[in-house]
Design a protein around this ligand. Structure first.
Ligand code: HEM
Length: 422
């Protein structure tokens, strides 16, 4: 039973029940209307407050009384071990941007921002295009593909490896570790092992780049300094890792969920394709933002913990209690978005929370936007009759708490209609 905003008891919607992963939106609509700040027992057994209205969500994301430091969690150590990146303790990864508060966060973010600049991302765009075209070449002659395995998964992993400066001969190792992280989600042992291997590799790479710097992001991280202070090798390794961890599965799911949504909305897809075929990609920018709002990759923002007793949306949250902001619910709030359950690629008033809000606002948003726009443009231009595979079963979703994404996305197209690279 849930307690409603008016203190009544009401039957809970199918939160985390059967069918929830495939379509969580009806349960979120119920929570927004009846229990907008709701204390829930998560499938892991941990209790947390779920915040579902746009106004409360935005306020919570910017509230300095909500800490990102997991040691603020009031629950026993056993429970707080289940609120972070699997394996982060063993890999010495506790000090990264998503686990710390100002002023430490301010210092680290300033340092990484010197290296991870919008200019670096803009200069990287031709490389993203080349990677994207190459991936499409890989399956274009076949008439069918699994767009997760063959497109959405490899693109961000190769892109972030290139950006960081991981040599080409080591990128297949990364692909395999990233695969372990993605495909064993839920089985914590496998993820933990992949995290440790990546972390160890990055530490060694940073050590090497210190004596042989290049024009890559890792060399930029080593060079960055703030009032004479630089990142230690440990901090640089943790930073490189969090860029990978935060930027990989999110981008896989932005492309995967985005294409899945478009294939389910043929009129909107046709609108986008007509523009692209005529060489007009103006709609791409608003389309990517709308796909993020409508069914974005980050369903819940990462964990926050109350540093003192506080009131959120009329409910009392005790010190140390965990708070989870449900971005997917806030982004369908009818008090903020007109016709929130309608996909409208031309939507211009769209201040969605898909990249978060406040000091932890997504650092990689410019890269994510660039990758998503390029991926959609190349895919839809080259495969004009892209459609769901005729014999595809119901889409299967991965069941994680924070991320929302598909296990596979089987598609078909006519090889004779595939167009050449531009
Ligand atoms: C594709 C889509 C992406 C989405 C939807 C996304 C979403 C988000 C969200 C919601 C947050 C805030 C989490 C919170 O406050 O709890 C965040 C933070 C972050 N993101 Fe992204 N992200 C994406 C891609 C990327 C990429 C490509 C990178 C880097 C290569 C990246 C790096 C980061 C980092 C480092 C943070 C932590 C920032 C901080 O704590 O200061 N993200 N992202």
């Amino acid at each position: 039973m849930a307690e409603t905003a008016h203190g009544e008891r009401a039957a809970e919607p199918g939160l985390f029940g059967p069918g929830f992963v495939a379509d969580p939106y009806p349960a979120y609509a119920w929570l927004r209307a009846h229990a907008p700040v709701h204390r829930a027992t998560l499938p892991s057994g941990v209790e947390a407050w779920l915040v579902t209205r746009y106004r409360d969500a935005r306020a919570a994301l910017a509230d300095p009384r909500l800490s990102k430091n997991p040691s603020r969690h009031s629950a026993d150590r056993h429970a707080s071990g289940r609120v972070g990146i699997p394996g982060e303790r063993g890999a010495g990864l506790m000090t990264h941007l998503l686990n710390i508060d100002p002023p430490d966060h301010t210092r680290l973010r300033r340092l990484v921002s010197q290296a991870f600049t919008p200019r670096r991302v803009a200069a990287f765009e031709p490389r993203v295009r080349e990677l994207t075209e190459r991936l499409v070449d890989g399956f274009a002659g076949r008439g069918s593909a699994d767009l997760i395995d063959e497109f959405a998964f490899p693109l961000p992993i190769y892109a972030i490896c290139d950006l960081l400066g991981v040599p080409a001969e080591d990128q297949e190792d990364f692909r395999s570790w990233a695969g372990m992280m993605l495909h064993t989600s839920g089985k914590r042992g496998g993820v933990g092992r992949a995290v440790k291997r990546m972390r160890a590799y990055l530490a060694e790479l940073i050590h090497r780049k210190r004596s042989e710097p290049g024009d890559d992001l890792i060399s930029g991280l080593i060079r960055a300094s703030d009032h004479g202070e630089q990142l230690t090798e440990d901090e640089a390794a943790a930073m490189a890792f969090i860029l990978l961890f935060a930027g990989f599965e999110t981008t896989v799911n932005l492309i995967g969920n985005g294409v899945h949504t478009l294939l389910g909305h043929p009129a909107q897809l046709a609108l986008l394709q007509e523009g692209l075929a005529a060489g007009d990609d103006r709609l791409l920018a608003t389309a990517v933002e709308e796909l993020l709002r409508y069914d974005g990759p980050v369903e819940l923002a990462t964990w926050r913990f109350a540093t003192e007793p506080l009131t959120l949306g009329g409910r009392s949250v005790g010190a140390g209690e965990p708070v989870l902001v449900v971005l997917a619910a806030a982004d369908r709030d009818p008090e903020r978005f007109a016709e929130p359950d309608t996909l409208d690629l031309t939507r211009s008033d769209n201040p969605h929370l898909g990249y978060g809000h406040g000091v932890h606002y997504c650092l990689g948003a410019p890269l994510a936007r660039s990758e998503a726009r390029t991926a959609l443009a190349v895919l839809l231009r080259r495969l004009p009759d892209l459609r769901r595979a005729g014999d595809a079963p119901e889409p299967r979703w991965r069941g994680g708490l924070i991320m929302r994404g598909l296990r596979s996305l089987p598609v078909e197209f006519t090889p004779e209609r595939v167009t050449e690279r531009q």
